[in-house]
Design a protein around this ligand. Structure first.
Ligand SMILES: [Ca+2]
Ligand SMILES: [Ca+2]
Length: 283
């Protein structure tokens, strides 16, 4: 289906089981990754960029938020405090589209402010907009203001919702050592570490698992040889599955009933005629 999502204890147990099955003891990719630069508004990727020479700078784990500074962009620590540009839902003129907020805040608070009072932090899509914002800043005699660009989002490849409180990192991770560790690997315990996406590693996939339960009745005039019956049924089911050219792995498991048995004798009148009806589930 996709790379594996390892979000909670149940997922970590499954990952460990998968590793144990093939006696794997190292680290392997899972489907967690850091979104590369995105605009706050609608999570849009960059289509136009105007970085300062040397920015975004590496290695630096913390600089995940972007300021406009004299017409160019610099990545800064998201907890730094600057004024910021919001964008409104009015697109007719740049004067109406962008608003400079002369309150210093960290990037997240600025984002909340813009989303509460306007639409979002500003998205810059071309030179005209970039120059327009640079001129506003120079008019008020300032050099730096937050814009909506950032890269501190983590996502799952299969679009599962991310719960940062329930994922588990190796101690000291994520550390983004070379400034390019945007993908995540996991130990067999499911402890995660960020690493460069171009590192060749084995990987965990997520299976698409469908369970089909089948219940059936066996009629017999004599004593039932349960294991022989089970074997015959399994053989038949495997034949059916392979006839259908199943491209995925399948497995057959018998359901054990509350009394600990697999087959149960049906209490019908026919029992008196030495006919046995047994019923079982197979899945
Ligand atoms: Ca920087
Ligand atoms: Ca790392």
């Amino acid at each position: 289906m996709d790379l594996a999502t390892v979000q909670n204890d149940e997922d970590r147990a499954k990952l460990k089981e998968a590793a144990n099955t093939v006696n794997f003891q190292s680290v392997a990719w899972i489907g967690f990754y850091r979104v590369i630069w995105r605009w706050s508004y609608q999570n849009t990727p960059i289509s136009y960029e105007m970085w300062l020479p040397g920015d975004p700078d590496m290695p630096d784990a913390d600089e995940a938020c972007v300021v406009q500074t004299s017409g160019e962009w610099g990545d800064r620590d998201c907890t730094d405090q600057y004024g910021f540009f919001c964008q409104t839902d009015t697109q007719d003129t740049l004067q109406n589209k962008f608003i400079y907020i002369d309150i210093v805040m960290n990037w997240i608070d600025a984002q909340i402010y813009c989303r509460t009072h306007y639409v979002d932090l500003a998205t810059i899509t071309d030179d005209t907009e970039n120059t327009f914002l640079a001129n506003i800043l120079s008019d008020v005699g300032l050099s730096d203001a937050w814009i909506g660009l950032h890269k501190n989002l983590w996502l799952w490849s299969d679009n599962s919702s991310v719960s940062l409180s329930s994922v588990k990192w190796e101690s000291g991770q994520p550390d983004n050592v070379n400034g390019n560790e945007d993908c995540v690997k996991a130990s067999t315990e499911g402890l995660m570490a960020d690493d460069s996406c171009s590192t060749p590693l084995p990987f965990y996939c997520r299976e698409h698992r469908k369970i089909q339960r089948v219940r059936f009745t066996v009629k017999s005039d004599g004593d039932l040889d349960e294991s022989a019956v089970m074997e015959a049924i399994e053989k038949k089911i495997k034949e059916i599955l392979s006839d259908q050219d199943m491209k995925f792995r399948s497995s057959i498991k018998w359901s054990i009933q509350p009394d600990g048995k697999i087959f149960q004798q049906q209490k019908t009148q026919e029992n008196t005629h030495k006919r046995r009806h047994v019923r079982s589930y197979i899945q």
